[in-house]
Design a protein around this ligand. Structure first.
Ligand code: NAD
Length: 357
């Protein structure tokens, strides 16, 4: 197949980890006879430095004509002050908004060979395979804000349509997995949560009777995610709860360097990125973990390009590298840590081997 994948390396470790994912895409391209166009564009602090904007018009135009976007990370200590008018992180919000991406998908699995890296005991982690779907463009983050000398307010609003579409995304994913959907809300207190629960119940009964639905309050979900994480399949929740829950879930494997993500809208175009940031503390040292970015590219192959066999091959190659003990510093290796390029090369080697075999 022919596809254009916009590549946005961004800041800090972004270019280092993206390089490894691009090498992997080239192997998939040549082995399966695809034709990938992989144009790069400026994004984040490097784009501010060059053009004054974190999302320059040329980058947006490229993203809009691409089939999918592979993104590293943005953020730079020089722009850390949250009161600054122009900040790298505005680029992500702007891009998601421009592309109408309202569902953020974060799969969380934990490879058996690195259970020791997690802060949780291994017995709780066996079999963890969770997909958290967070609503991305509504709720309290986007409602009207007020401020007086002695008070402040943030408005939380959801429309029926906003709930319906993200629930459908989550339910479709559940259908391809263990057919269990947990909807997380705070319906005992919040009106938006009561609407969320009503709409979810209706959509699931009418359109997804084959998927088991349960509702859980956010406080309870936060607890059960640590106590019995293996019981969850797909979780769907609103923006603020999802922000907190996805970071909590991200701690289950013990390193941010393992977790991919996808942001999707109604079509197949999406943004694929590791969940971690630009890690300025280790940028330029060649020691960042590239696995999350390579796994994000695998999600891209699956969800935007429909290349399931290719995605599975990449995921299996990462799993094989981990099984063989190839650990970057964040995965607390017993011996010398693998560098970013060594970890990337280990995946490529195993990918080549399995494709040849
Ligand atoms: P971070 O995720 O960049 O780093 C947190 C810690 O995890 C650091 O110690 C870092 O070294 C480590 N880490 C992260 N990714 C790693 C990897 N692949 N391999 C090994 N270690 C890794 O979060 P932060 O330090 O809070 O933020 C740094 C910058 O990133 C900030 O400017 C922030 O705004 C930005 N940020 C961007 C995104 C994004 O681009 N989507 C997401 C989160 C944070």
């Amino acid at each position: 197949m022919k596809a254009t994948i916009a590549v946005l390396p961004g800041d800090g470790i972004g270019p280092e980890i993206i390089r490894e994912a691009v090498k992997m895409l080239r192997v998939i391209e040549s082995h399966f006879g695809h034709e990938f166009d992989l144009p790069e564009a400026l994004f984040g602090a490097v784009a501010i430095d060059a053009t004054g904007s974190p999302l320059p018009p040329a980058t947006l135009a490229l993203a809009e004509r691409a089939d999918a976007i592979l993104f590293g990370a943005v953020g730079d200590p020089r722009y850390a002050d949250p009161t600054l008018k122009v900040r790298p992180e505005q680029g992500i919000l702007g891009l998601r908004k421009a592309l109408g991406l309202y569902a953020n998908l974060r799969p969380v699995t934990i490879h058996n060979a690195i259970l020791d890296v997690s802060p949780l005991k291994a017995e709780y982690l066996q079999g963890v395979d969770i997909m958290v779907v967070r609503e991305l463009t509504g709720g309290i983050y986007f409602g009207a804000k007020t401020r007086t000398a002695d008070s402040a307010s943030d408005l939380c609003t959801y429309s029926v349509m906003e709930v319906e579409r993200v629930v459908r995304t989550a339910a479709k994913l559940a259908r391809g997995r263990r057919r269990k959907l947990t909807s997380v809300d705070k319906a005992n207190v919040m009106e938006t949560s009561r609407l969320w629960r009503e709409v979810t119940t209706r959509v699931m009964a009418a359109e997804f009777p084959d998927v088991a639905l349960d509702h859980m309050y956010i406080d309870s979900a936060a607890m059960h995610l640590l106590r019995r994480p293996a019981d969850f399949d797909v979780i769907v929740t609103e923006n603020l709860f999802g922000d907190v829950l996805t970071d909590e879930a991200a701690m289950l494997p013990g390193s941010l360097g393992m977790l991919p993500s996808a942001s999707l809208g109604t079509g197949t175009r999406g943004i694929y990125e590791p969940i971690h940031g630009s890690a300025p503390d280790i940028a330029g040292q060649g020691i960042a973990n590239p696995y999350a970015t390579i796994l994000s590219a695998a999600l891209l192959l699956r969800l935007s390009l429909g290349l399931e066999t290719e995605a599975l091959a990449v995921e299996a190659a990462v799993a094989a590298a981990i099984t063989d003990g190839i650990r970057t510093a964040d995965l607390r290796p017993k011996g010398r840590p693998a560098s970013t390029t060594e970890a990337g090369a280990a995946v490529l080697e195993r990918l080549h081997r399995s494709l040849r075999g």
